[in-house]
Design a protein around this ligand. Structure first.
Ligand SMILES: C[S@@+](CC[C@H](N)C(=O)[O-])C[C@H]1O[C@@H](n2cnc3c(N)ncnc32)[C@H](O)[C@@H]1O
Length: 246
């Protein structure tokens, strides 16, 4: 993973850098910036994040429990409003399909919000972090480095696929594209891709997706600008498609 591919917090700390610093055999000497980021990270390890979505948008205003972000895995959770908006879009789209099946590739927060919104929706979470094994048969271990190392029963059976690749590299997007092809129903499927704006041209080329006006945001403010790309025309939902791309 190269520097420009990494997700960045505004103070410049990057997940992979923390990893490298921690694994180095040399005496550990951290810059004051890296030290501050590390202290913040370690403090976070000792608590469970609890995100409270707006009461008007989630049943009964119940809290949505999320595990703590692990920056070493490039984990940056959506702000509640972002998770809520994307979940609402997926639930709206799901009414187009009978017995709709949804795949969430590396977006565990969305999985949680979707199940909260519609517990009967068939959602499969593909994730690298084994902490999400807690979701039982709806969890599938997924490593983008092995994009098609997946159970055969998942092949070509999803109507809606939402992907949020861990890195902003061409290679990562190529591999996730392979996974999307593996999962997508050959008859009809819709794709939502959440990733950095820097992936715009590659995403259009590899996956045929276009950016919406709506912009995703994260609870830990990131330095990279994020976008939601879709493979269909959302009409006026999600602020519509960006004018320049219509
Ligand atoms: C940028 S985050 C997306 C999370 C999303 N914003 C959310 O709130 O659900 C990337 C996700 O990729 C996962 N990930 C990390 N390494 C991975 C790997 N090798 N293969 C697949 N997923 C990986 C992380 O656990 C994380 O959930």
């Amino acid at each position: 993973m190269e520097g420009e591919d990494e997700l960045q917090t505004p103070n410049g700390a990057v997940s992979a850098q923390l990893d490298r610093d921690l694994e180095d055999d040399d005496p550990l000497v951290l810059s004051s910036q890296a030290l501050a980021a590390l202290q913040e990270f370690l403090a976070d390890q000792n608590k469970t994040d609890t995100i409270t979505p707006p009461p008007s948008t989630v049943d009964g205003g119940d809290k949505v429990e999320l595990v703590t972000e692990d920056w070493r895995l490039s984990q940056f959770w959506y702000e509640p409003e972002t998770a809520e908006t994307v979940a609402e879009e997926v639930v709206t789209l799901s009414s187009r399909f009978s017995n709709c099946r949804v795949a969430c590739i590396a977006c565990p927060t969305l999985y949680v919000y979707l199940k909260k919104k519609d517990p009967s929706l068939h959602v499969q979470l593909l994730e690298y972090d084994m902490r999400f094994e807690r979701y039982g048969s709806e969890f599938t271990f997924y490593d983008y480095n092995e994009p098609e190392e997946l159970p055969l029963e998942l092949k070509h059976c999803f109507h809606i696929i939402v992907a949020d690749p861990p890195y902003l590299s061409k290679e990562c997007l190529e591999r996730v594209t392979q996974t999307v092809s593996f999962l997508a129903s050959p008859v009809d499927s819709l794709l939502l891709l959440l990733t950095g704006d820097v992936q715009r041209d590659r995403a259009a080329e590899m996956l045929g997706v276009r950016p919406c006006v709506f912009k995703p945001h994260h609870s830990s403010k990131l330095g990279n600008e994020f976008r939601l790309f879709v493979s269909y025309d959302p009409g006026t939902r999600l602020g519509g498609l960006e004018e320049a791309d219509i």
